[in-house]
Every structure is written in structure tokens, then in C-alpha cells.
Design a binder for this molecule. Structure first.
Ligand SMILES: [Fe+2]
Ligand SMILES: [Fe+2]
Length: 164
């Protein structure tokens, strides 16, 4: 059964938002590729891939519910940042913004009594806790490292160990 229009509009918009997230993190990967921080570059590349998977999970779902999608434009993204800390602060702020979008989708799913959509959205709500935690951890560690190159390279190395 199709979703109510109000909820479908949010799902459709969120497919673009997740792909915009992927594009944002790809921009950060492009920035890190121009620095010695290849671990962060790899981490951002994987983050972009994960955001694409988030988009595709919604993509599949709206079709399961019998909708016909439209795909609006995706905006250009920065590939220049002042420092690793600036990039991860932007990542954290972006994830907090995405959490607010997912929460709003859930609020509407409750309002229109779409129980199936609520169950799908619960996965994203849990995922956002993890996304915020990961970026907060990097912000905390990068703030602690400050301008110390050796410490920054240690954090970069640990970021490079991410496998999925
Ligand atoms: Fe996402
Ligand atoms: Fe995310």
C-alpha cells in the first residue's frame, strides 16, 4: 500500500539528502587525497559508500510501497577544507542535521499511522546514533591533537583501518 503523500514527499527528499551526504563525503575524500592524511581519505570514501547504501535502502522501499520516484538535482560540494578538524566538525554538524530529518520523517509516520514506515525508520534512527558518535569521536580526538603532526598521523592511521 502506498504511503500518504506527505510521508512519501519526505522519503523522496531523503533519497536526495542521502546522496547529497555521499557527495559531501566524497568532497571531503577529495580534500584528504591532497593531504598526507590518506587514512581520512579512505574513511570518507567508505562513508560516501555507506550514504549511497542509505539512499538505496529508501529507493527500494518506496518501490516496494508502489510509488514512482522523481529525482531532483544534487548541489555542488566543497573539496577544500582548512584542516581535518574542520572537515570532521562539518561531518558532525551534517549528521546532526540528518538526524533531525529522520526524526521528522518518523514524527510524520506516527502522525499518519504508517506502522510499516515507522519500522523502516527505526533502523535509520539507530544508524544516526552511530553516525553522530563516530564523527563526535573524531572531533574530540582531533581537538585533543591540536596542531601536533605526530598525533594527527596516529588518528589518521586509525581512520584508515576502517573496513566498512
Ligand atoms: Fe545516511
Ligand atoms: Fe550519515
Amino acid at each position: 500500500m502506498q504511503m500518504k503523500q506527505q510521508l512519501f514527499d519526505l522519503f523522496q527528499a531523503q533519497i536526495r539528502n542521502e546522496l547529497e551526504s555521499a557527495y559531501k563525503y566524497l568532497g571531503m575524500a577529495a580534500y584528504f587525497e591532497t593531504t598526507p592524511f590518506k587514512g581520512f581519505a579512505g574513511w570518507m570514501r567508505l562513508q560516501a559508500k555507506e550514504e549511497t547504501e542509505h539512499a538505496m535502502k529508501f529507493f527500494d522501499y518506496v518501490h516496494d510501497r508502489g510509488h514512482h520516484l522523481q529525482l531532483p538535482a544534487i548541489q555542488a560540494m566543497a573539496t577544500e577544507y582548512a584542516s581535518p578538524l574542520e572537515a570532521f566538525r562539518e561531518t558532525l554538524a551534517h549528521e546532526q542535521f540528518v538526524t533531525s530529518l529522520i526524526n521528522e520523517m518518523y514524527r510524520v509516520a506516527v502522525e499518519v499511522q504508517d506502522y510499516a514506515a515507522q519500522i523502516l525508520l527505526q533502523w535509520y534512527i539507530t544508524e544516526q546514533v552511530e553516525e553522530e558518535k563516530q564523527s563526535q569521536d573524531f572531533v574530540d580526538r582531533l581537538e585533543t591533537a591540536g596542531g601536533d603532526s605526530a598525533s594527527l598521523l596516529v588518528i589518521d592511521k586509525s581512520a584508515g583501518k576502517r573496513s566498512s
